[in-house]
Write a protein that binds this ligand. Structure first.
Ligand SMILES: [Zn+2]
Length: 466
């Protein structure tokens, strides 16, 4: 619920609202004029027939009525036409309703020529200041707009002076017990996972180019070795009754499994909210979360997942190249030989089917080779999967900013490999590398379609160049 400020509105009600914001939150304020009296507007918002409502109505005499909670969606700006307001770029089928607070100003039926007393401006400015403080909305003309800046066919808000309201709102001290901290449940977490050196960094950076996204690198938050996953694992799976009524050891002495999952959810949401600086989306990347996918999906039931996969043979080449360049930095990812990479990669590839079943549409599998071939298409797909609003301009920006060839590389680095060439293994794998990879990961090569021929390794070069 929104917190009270100095303004104590008369509580009215309207059928023309939705009980939530579809995962979004107020990010801007839209101002309207009532084209009628205070009571006329209040009746209009209260009737199902009108189909519209604002959150607030401010009278010419400074009275304020409220028709919807700020956490609810009110139907006040559902259409977009030739907008000049930047926030209109985020509009969807509900116009800008999902992420705005609507404030109506009474005009006594004369929207263009009414003389608006100082009391209406003073109360309106205070209301705007309080709404803005509650939701951390910047008090500027990008975030406080008149209705016609969204829908150009309207004269609304008539002669209401929006600049004056914003200027006054900035001067007013507000008392809403400090800005509301971002509601942890309003954060949309995205987890990018994959076998290391499969392109997870690239995909994460692409998603993090979204203006409302925040990138979090390698938190290991859910790791079953060092993160929350370990706590959940301390509860043994339900065992058949053995006649002795002992509580299960570990946290099972305190919580049932459901209770523990709820506890972990609260912690994870708080931590993600803190780690994401209040951004609407947080894009976490810990390659090793791969083995904790189902656990994360159980705890964070709204989380989205992106699994980046790449031909395991190119992964092996990339790991070998990184190892030779970075040896002095003591790499800790154990699997550094072809056989080890083959094992790691194969295990992950063969789990895919089970993940698809248990996680379903929340999991998107992205092939590195496809991102490489058509980054813009991949980027659109990624934004859509993560439910991030986007347009072509943003897609172009994100692709350009993350182009592999543009990234700065240390001079000694193996350029060909690090620039992400596809099929590099053909030039690097020796016959023994190939055979060893096939023996461990042949089934996965077939299952992923990367290699239909079980005897491919025979064509490798005689001497390894790894
Ligand atoms: Zn309007």
């Amino acid at each position: 619920m929104s917190r009270p400020g100095k303004i104590q509105p008369l509580q009215r009600s309207s059928p023309n609202r939705d009980p939530d914001r579809g995962g979004d939150r107020p990010r801007a304020i839209v101002l309207h004029t009532s084209a009628g009296t205070f009571e006329g507007a209040a009746r209009w918002f209260g009737s199902a027939e009108s189909g519209v409502s604002a959150h607030y109505l401010v009278g010419l005499d400074g009275r304020v009525a409220q028709f919807a909670d700020e956490t609810e969606t009110a139907r006040h700006a559902g259409r977009v036409l030739d907008p000049t307001a930047r926030i209109a770029a985020d509009a969807d089928a509900n116009g800008v309703n999902r992420f705005t607070v609507g404030i109506e100003f009474e005009d006594g039926g004369d929207p263009l020529a009414v003389s608006r007393p100082a009391s209406q401006y003073e109360t309106g400015a205070l209301l705007i200041a309080e709404v803005a403080a509650r939701w951390d909305i910047p008090l500027d003309r990008d975030h406080v707009v008149g209705h016609r800046e969204i829908f150009a066919a309207k004269a609304c808000p008539g002669n209401l002076d929006v600049d004056r309201l914003v200027a006054r709102a900035r001067e007013l001290p507000v008392d809403v017990a400090g800005p509301v901290k971002p509601d942890p449940a309003a954060i949309n977490p995205v987890f990018v996972v994959g076998v290391p050196r499969s392109g997870t960094t690239w995909v994460q950076r692409m998603l993090a180019m979204h203006p409302e996204a925040w990138a979090l690198l390698e938190t290991y938050m859910f790791s079953r070795q060092v993160g929350l996953g370990a706590l959940l694992r301390s509860l043994p799976p339900p065992a058949p009754e053995q006649g002795i009524d002992l509580p299960p050891p570990g946290l099972g002495r305190i919580f049932s499994r459901d209770e523990l999952v709820a506890e972990l959810r609260a912690i994870a949401e708080r931590w993600l909210a803190r780690g994401s600086d209040g951004s609407r989306f947080v894009v976490e990347k810990t390659p090793w979360h791969l083995s904790d996918l189902e656990l994360i999906a159980e705890v964070l039931t709204e989380a989205r997942f992106v699994h980046v996969i790449r031909d395991g043979r190119d992964v092996a080449v990339s790991v070998a190249a990184a190892r030779s360049t970075w040896s002095r930095f003591a790499q800790t990812s154990g699997a550094q030989t072809v056989r080890e990479i083959a094992g790691l990669w194969s295990d992950a590839m063969l789990e895919r089917e089970r993940w698809q079943l248990s996680i379903g549409e929340r999991l998107l599998e992205v092939r590195y080779e496809e991102v490489r071939a058509d980054p813009a298409e991949a980027c659109r797909h990624l934004f859509a999967h993560c439910r991030m609003p986007h347009d072509e301009r943003l897609v172009t920006e994100a692709v350009r900013a993350t182009e592999l060839d543009r990234s700065v590389r240390p001079p000694r680095e193996d350029r060909a490999v690090r620039s992400g060439l596809i099929g590099q293994w053909r030039d690097r794998f020796g016959v023994r590398d190939g055979w060893s990879f096939e023996r461990r990961a042949g089934e996965a090569l077939r299952a992923t379609g990367y290699e239909p021929d079980a005897r491919w390794w025979r064509h490798c070069r005689v001497r390894s160049r790894l």
